[in-house]
Design a protein around this ligand. Structure first.
Ligand SMILES: [Fe+2]
Length: 260
């Protein structure tokens, strides 16, 4: 069996609060929980929005704090990230593309692929030929290996009126491409700061709560002018891969008051 920990959207800052929450305290709560209960995990994937403002001091402080994590950390890029600074402050796996935060990890129970869906200068995502070509080459080389894909942006809208405009802009083409590869088992998606599961183009997916702050459900209706984070505790994912089966446990690691 392989065990992976999934964190998303820590929106880390070296100083101050983000929407009333302390990113250092929330991240440390996650680190402490993982170190206490899941130090046997193979790795911890953070599916983007590592920092809130994409500055070098924030990445340096984040890298420093993550040194206390007892399992290897795999960083990913979100819309709040600066791709070049992320690559400066974190070492990516040897499989990484030269100019993107996109790479694969091989485990005895399947292939993990972390995609770079960032569109520079936009909150929405994109996935265009250089990254697509890398992915298709990889998938063509491993047609029999169960494959689990992590990405920041949802390829399609998720019935989230205030957030759907910021999904991947060419998501339908992306999903049509993925549908040709039967080894794709599941998509693991960040960005929305909410727990949602379902299918996209018949491919199962899950989204994850943020390490830092949660976005309210779409009903009752809200808008960005009146937005305040939901009073929901953050969660992390514990993903186990065991031959043909895999399980994702949404796991609370602190209460909704920690770090506020
Ligand atoms: Fe985010």
């Amino acid at each position: 069996m392989n065990k992976l920990i999934w964190l998303s959207d820590p929106h880390f800052t070296a100083n101050g609060l983000v929407l009333g929450h302390d990113p250092r305290i929330r991240l440390q709560a996650a680190i402490d929980y993982i170190n206490t209960h899941h130090s046997d995990a193979d790795c911890c994937i953070i599916s983007g929005d590592l920092v809130n403002h994409g500055t070098s001091p924030d990445y340096a402080a984040l890298a420093s704090q993550l040194k206390s994590l007892s399992v290897p950390m795999l960083p990913m890029a979100g819309n709040h990230d600066n791709r070049d600074l992320l690559r400066e402050h974190f070492t990516l796996p040897k499989t990484a593309m030269p100019d993107f935060v996109q790479y694969s990890i091989t485990t005895p129970n399947g292939e993990i692929i972390c995609l770079d869906t960032k569109k520079t200068g936009s909150d929405a995502g994109e996935f265009y030929p250089d990254r697509t070509n890398w992915l298709e080459l990889h998938l063509n080389q491993n047609p029999e290996t169960p494959t689990y894909v992590f990405m920041h942006h949802p390829p399609r809208p998720l019935d989230l009126p205030m957030q759907d405009a910021d999904c991947m802009e060419n998501g339908d083409a992306f999903l049509d491409m993925l549908a040709r590869y039967r080894q794709i088992k599941h998509l693991f998606i960040g960005h929305v700061h909410r727990p949602i599961t379902g299918t996209m183009n018949a491919i199962p997916f899950a989204t994850m709560r943020s390490v830092l702050y949660q976005v309210p459900p779409p009903i009752p209706a809200w808008n960005w002018d009146t937005f305040t984070p939901a009073l929901e505790a953050p969660q992390l994912g514990v993903l186990t891969l065991n031959g043909a089966d895999y399980h994702l446990h949404y796991t609370q690691f602190c209460d909704d008051q920690t770090g506020t």
